[in-house]
Write a protein of this length. Structure first.
Lengths: 350, 257
């Protein structure tokens, strides 16, 4: 009975509403079965030969391409026998995000955990100390995407906070530097920053000192996101009432203590939605590094099917798989930020 | 009134606050005009005046939330200049209570009170908490120590703000219209707390229009108008027989309400 009442209120409250409801249900009934049978019921699942997919062509998706190409998609051209190291790196980096998300670790330990995470990732990927060395040019797939995104976010976050504080600083030199930096970076596309990083570093670096392409891309991404982060944080800083600054000053707290203990905790809380928005877009934007020849996850997925005649017809399925992986990370970030906002608002509600 | 204009700041300083020939401008606006004011240790002074008279600005100069352009302000023997060390020293010895409480909303009542003792005074956490509970007890709000400011009434918040300032064991307390943002029924609990402090011998500089409070504890009432000190008097004389025409006008306005 409750269900009927609900339907009446929400779907059939007026003639127009009823017509729209029926129309939409009709469209869905017409479209959805086709989509679902292609995606699921008529799809080819499991480790099957390309011939099986050929037979189902047009009727169902060929998920066997994921089974056949999973290692190339995930790890790119990383040496086949050493790919467990790439896999382990995915776990380390994903674990690093999870740990960073837990409030209990929001203290000095987080810096130590990050240092361990960084060292572990680069040891696993690059080798040395008992592991076979693997050059960065051979790295690829999801670990590369995670490295660029996670370290990009991790380093850009504190840098962005400093830039935001700098932009509101009383010291003209620091303020001018912050403003010029932020406005200059925000005015150019990420792609050009990546190009510049790829070409310019080589021009300015002394002979014999070569920075890996991956590191250049990493630095470019950090510098790029920091500018956006700064503006998100500045929004939060401006929303903290003046009285909070004054109360902190009146108690004799130094500038950095006042910022660290009073102002930033409140400002960052206000800035959570725009900050997470930046995180999510950065995670996906790392796929642009392909233009300077880095094998990230999206590119590895594309290459994995393009380079194999037997599977090259199933690029759509391959891309759908990569979309799923991107979506899992991004959706998790989105849900986490909603949860965090609720947590931080708890108790202090006015 | 003893405006000893040229006395150098020395290790021995009999006065808690000594303001000499103070001038302050906001751009072209002359907000404080040639102010001279000396507050002895243990003295309680009430500052009143119409809005825009500069009374809040004056007490905010005492812990340098506002910068002055001319004249000198010496607090407990330390002159306020651009020297950050001096400013920090003064601030950690001068407590301030604001009109809008300005408690830290993301910290519990207890954490609000222990923050400065721990980070500025470098007190161990346990000791700071013990001291904080003692002061919260004194302002009769210890049972709310683990709540957040947003869960308290205005009067309770203002009493926490007083306790927070006291936790730094200041020798001087500044009150900037501490009751004017409160609902009428909460004014008394805050005034009672302030009276208690005054009876204990705290040096106090209060911007307030609460006549009852002024009569009960103030040693002097300072009346300001248009950036000047217009009248200085004992509370009884000021409220019953003001000397100055502007004081009379002001009093008739606040008494009419």
């Amino acid at each position: 009975m409750a269900a009927i009442g609900w339907l009446r209120i929400h779907l059939f409250s007026s003639a127009l509403n009823s017509i729209l409801t029926i129309l939409i249900v009709a469209v869905l009934a017409w479209v959805l079965p086709g989509i679902f049978s292609w995606l699921i019921w008529d799809a080819v699942w499991g480790p099957q030969q390309p011939a099986a997919c050929e037979a189902a062509r047009g009727e169902g998706a060929c998920w066997s391409v994921v089974w056949a190409k999973i290692r190339f998609m995930m790890f790119g051209t990383y040496p086949f026998g050493e790919q467990w190291r790439s896999g382990a790196t995915i776990f380390v980096l994903t674990g690093l995000i999870v740990v960073s998300a837990i409030r209990w670790f929001w203290n000095r330990w987080l810096i130590a955990i990050w240092m361990v995470g960084i060292a572990l990732s680069f040891w696993l990927m690059g080798g040395g100390l008992g592991l076979t060395p693997v050059k960065a040019e051979q790295w690829g797939g999801l670990p590369v995407t995670l490295i660029l995104a996670i370290f990009g976010i991790g380093f850009a976050f504190p840098l962005g906070i400093l830039l935001a504080l700098g932009r509101r600083s009383q010291l003209p030199v620091i303020q001018a530097f912050s403003v010029i930096y932020i406005e200059a970076i925000r005015g150019v596309p990420l792609i050009t920053v990546l190009f510049m990083a790829s070409v310019m570093f080589a021009l300015f670096m002394p002979e014999g000192m070569r920075i890996e392409q991956l590191l250049r891309a990493q630095i470019a991404i950090v510098l790029f996101i920091a500018a956006y982060m700064a503006e998100a944080v500045r929004g939060g800083l401006q929303a903290v009432p003046r009285g909070q600054y004054e109360a902190a000053e009146a108690l004799g707290l130094s500038y950095w203590r006042a910022m660290g203990l009073i102002i930033l905790p409140q400002a960052l809380k206000i800035s959570i939605p725009p900050i997470v928005n930046i995180f999510i877009s950065v995670f996906k934007d790392t796929s642009l590094v392909v233009i300077i020849g880095i094998y990230d996850f999206a590119y590895a997925v594309k290459k994995s099917v393009e380079t194999d005649i037997a599977w090259r017809n199933y690029i759509v399925e391959a891309f759908l798989f990569s979309i799923l992986i991107y979506w899992i990370y991004c959706f998790a970030m989105s849900k986490y930020s909603q949860w965090l906002e609720g947590q931080l608002a708890r108790g202090e509600r006015r | 009134m003893s405006a000893s204009a040229t006395a150098p700041s020395s290790a021995f300083e009999a006065h808690a606050i000594r303001i000499t020939d103070l001038d302050k401008w906001y751009g072209d606006f002359h907000v404080l005009k040639h102010i001279n004011l000396t507050v002895a240790k243990g003295e309680r002074i009430v500052v009143c005046g119409p809005s825009g008279s500069g009374k809040s600005t004056l007490i905010r100069c005492v812990n340098r939330l506002e910068m002055h352009q001319k004249g000198t302000i010496v607090v407990n023997g330390t002159e306020l200049t651009d020297n950050l060390k001096n400013i920090d020293q003064v601030r950690s010895n001068v407590g301030m209570v604001f009109q809008h409480f300005n408690l830290f909303p993301h910290l519990t009542v207890l954490d609000n009170c222990t923050l400065a003792p721990i980070w500025v005074r470098k007190q161990p956490k346990a000791q700071a908490e013990q001291l904080a509970m003692q002061y919260l007890e004194r302002v009769r709000i210890a049972d709310q120590a683990h709540k957040y400011p947003g869960q308290l009434s205005g009067g309770q918040q203002q009493r926490v703000a007083i306790a927070r300032a006291l936790c730094m064991t200041p020798s001087i307390m500044l009150f900037d219209e501490p009751t004017s943002a409160l609902d009428p029924e909460m004014v008394k609990e805050v005034l009672d707390t302030m009276i208690m402090l005054a009876r204990e011998g705290m040096t106090m500089l209060c911007v307030t229009h609460e006549m009852g409070f002024a009569r009960a504890v103030a040693d002097r009432v300072i009346f300001m108008d248009q950036g000047e000190i217009v009248e200085e008097n004992t509370p009884d004389a000021f409220f019953d027989a003001p000397k100055n025409e502007r004081s009379r006008q002001f009093l008739s306005q606040i008494l009419d309400r």
